[in-house]
Structure formats: C-alpha cells, structure tokens
Design a protein around this ligand. Structure first.
Ligand code: GLN
Length: 229
C-alpha cells in the first residue's frame, strides 16, 4: 500500500560548499558546479529526494555530525582522521594540492623554498594540514573563505597559497589571471568522496548511484563540461 505513512522517504539535506569552484559554489543565489550536477545525477539513480544546504568548508564536519545535513558533497578529501569519525562513499575524483605564488615571484619555485615564508590556505582543509607539515614555514594562515587567501596572495600579504589543484587552477584562469602562478609539482594525491555519518543507511545506494553514473556516460559528460575533456 503506497501511502505516505509507509512509502514516503524523507527529503535529505545535502551540504555543499558556497565557494569551492568549479565543484560547488553559490552565485547570484544559485547553487552551481560539477558536484552539484554529479550529485543530482547520483540522487536520481539512487531515488533520493534532497535539498542543498550551502555552507563554509569549516562548517561541514560539524553539520554532518549534528545531523543538520544528512551528507555533504563538497570536495571532501578522504583521510584517516575523517575516516575515524565519518563514512565516505566511493571516491569520484582524483586530484592533489598545488602551490601558488605571485606571478612575478622568482624566489619560490617549489615547496622546498618556503622556509620563513607566510603561507595561506583554507581553515580546516587538508591543505592546511599539509602546509603545517612543511619544515621551517614561518606561519600558515587558514581563512574560512579561500578567496581571502587568494586576494592576500595577489596583493602580496602572503608569500604563497597551498590548496586543491582544480580550485587553484580556476582562480589562476579567472580572478587571479596575470597576478598569480602555479609552481612545482602536485604536492599530495587526494581523492574526493561524499561524507556522511558512520552507519548511514544511504551509503550503499549512493555508491550504486555513483557506479551507475560512471557506467552510463553521465560522469564523463559532466567532467568534460566542467574540466574540459
Ligand atoms: N579538499 C579539501 C578538504 O577536504 C578542501 C575542500 C573544500 O574546500 N571544499 O579539506
């Protein structure tokens, strides 16, 4: 009997980041990005109804923990500390961290040139952890909005920024064009996955959804749209 009482499933609250281009971002009140579209396709396959809840990166873990959101898709890198506290879906994106300097900086050519330098990144990010592990760095500053770190690099308040490769690339090609450059190798291999509470009953369905959008060509289409083929 398909009544509301026995058949209806709740509408999930899905956390996204408000400024993590080109994955999830909010522009003129609209939620956009590769992950917004990927999630829409996965949710469709998994038969999940949802509404998006944009927030800052540093708020996401707490929001999942407290149940303010049921899960989050927001460039969340899988790491040991997070795995101790949360469940992750299968990863859907392989990437890494990169180093940015001012366009005319000829002193910093790799992470080995960061002794006594001021490095900026996003608070609570894996890049923050990575930057803090570099020997002899003067200080690592974490900003709740990565745009602030990019602005401070452009006006030379910071010597360098370390952050997620694709987001840094987006800044380099748009607002940061001519002001900053990427130097050195990719610093740390990372994969993004959907984060949720341990024992979430949605994990299996979401993984099946991710697999399905990989097989039916949707993933490839979205990848080409947002990152070029
Ligand atoms: N990938 C980084 C992390 O998981 C940053 C993510 C983000 O800003 N959305 O910490």
């Amino acid at each position: 009997l398909a009544t509301a009482a026995c058949g209806e499933e709740k509408t999930l609250k899905v956390g996204i980041e408000n400024n993590f281009r080109p994955f999830t971002y909010t522009e003129s009140g609209e939620n956009k990005g590769f992950e917004v579209e990927l999630w829409s396709a996965v949710a469709d396959k998994a038969n999940i109804k949802y509404e998006l809840v944009p927030m800052e990166h540093s708020e996401i873990n707490q929001a999942v923990k407290s149940g303010k959101v049921d899960l989050a898709i927001a460039g969340m890198t899988v790491n040991k500390a997070r795995k101790d506290n949360f469940a992750f879906s299968d990863p859907y994106f392989q990437t890494g961290l990169v180093l940015l300097t001012a366009a005319d900086n000829d002193e910093i050519k790799s992470k080995d040139d960061l002794a006594q330098k001021l490095v900026g990144t996003e608070a609570g990010s894996t890049a923050y952890i990575y930057a803090s592990s570099i020997k002899d760095v003067k200080e690592v500053r974490g900003y709740s909005d990565i745009s602030e770190a990019y602005d401070k690099l452009s006006n030379k308040t910071l010597d360098a920024v370390i952050f997620d490769e694709r987001n840094a690339h987006d800044y380099l090609q748009n607002d940061g064009k001519g002001k900053v450059k990427m130097v050195g190798e990719v610093l740390n291999q990372e994969s993004y996955a959907i984060i949720m509470k341990k024992k979430s009953k949605y994990l299996g369905r979401i993984n099946n959804g991710i697999e399905a959008v990989g097989k039916n060509g949707t993933y490839e289409t979205l990848y080409a749209k947002w990152f070029g083929s």
